[in-house]
Design a protein around this ligand. Sequence first.
Ligand code: MG
Length: 386
Amino acid sequence: MTSVAVLGSTGSIGTQTLDVIRSNPEDFSVEVLAAGTSTDLVMKQIEEFKPSLVVMANAEASERIKSEFDSLQVYHGKKPLEKAATQSDVIVNAIVGFAGLPVTLSALHAGKRLALANKESLIAGGPIVRKVRESTNAEIIPVDSEHCALHQCLRGNADNLNGPSGPVKKLLLTASGGPFREWTKDQLRQVTVEDSLNHPTWNMGPKITVDSSTLMNKGLEIIEAHELFGIGYEHIDVVVHPQSIVHSMVEFVDSSVIAQLSMPDMRLPISYALRYPERSQGSWGEIDWGTLNRLDFEKPNEDMFPCLGLAYEAGQMGETAPAWLNAANEIAVESFLQGTIDWMQISEVIQMTLNECDGNLAEVENDIYAADKKARTIATAVIEKL
Ligand code: MG
């Protein structure tokens, strides 16, 4: 029996993780749940999964839970959350955005398996996460369909990756292209929040869905792939594939390409991360080869979707620059969702914020928090001036 901490249990990945556990009660138990303020849903989850520890975002939410479950340990805030990230065999980090960084660091410090859906922590905290990972040898299994695909293509094929003796030539990240793949510039000027939340192939939370519409999600995934697999940016390419059946590919030095295909359902990457190196006996949907009559591929249009180029730029700058990119993006997406800026301005805000990046080194954890804070202040000021 594998014990699991589901941190971010009420979001899209959190609820799908519980779905995987619900289907395999003999293999997994829920030890910890952590969530923001959705107390009603958390209470239902407590009744069903009977965790021994619950962490909420604030005192009001934790008091409400405590009043219903008097024998349960319920806490709130950052310190208990960090502690919760050390309390199970597998830690699922499904928290949204930069707020997931303490969970990532804490799980790795404890030498736990981290099933990582919170890509932002790896992007913003890259250099620090790398050090902790090396010192404890803790394992990160990505809960991101593309990186799960890369993980599957690489395992057994490339124990050492690229470089003079490595067999890998390129990582090919696939992108659905989002809802605006075929839109003109004029149409893109008129994008509404509703348009951007209407993803063609994946059903996800609002932040990542907007990121997919700008291709910033793919930009962040380029940095994520670099951090996870230690491959240089010049060896990571993006390929647009609208059907979302090929989840990513690895090209080897002999130009042989290995791809991973499956139906677009996040429960596959989740169960892969929970069970690795074994595989789930049940499936989350088979490809119907009778109806799947084509798979298309094309190059991304970087003129229409400048976020992709911005991510390469920040990734190549390294150190705290990806933390700036991530912070500016979080602020810009939030403002877009609130109606303060329009869709085209998301990339403008990120570009203008990144122009101010001080290039500080990321040597200790606080360097990341400082960079994040400074970039947020600047991005907010940029938005006020627009
Ligand atoms: Mg993804």
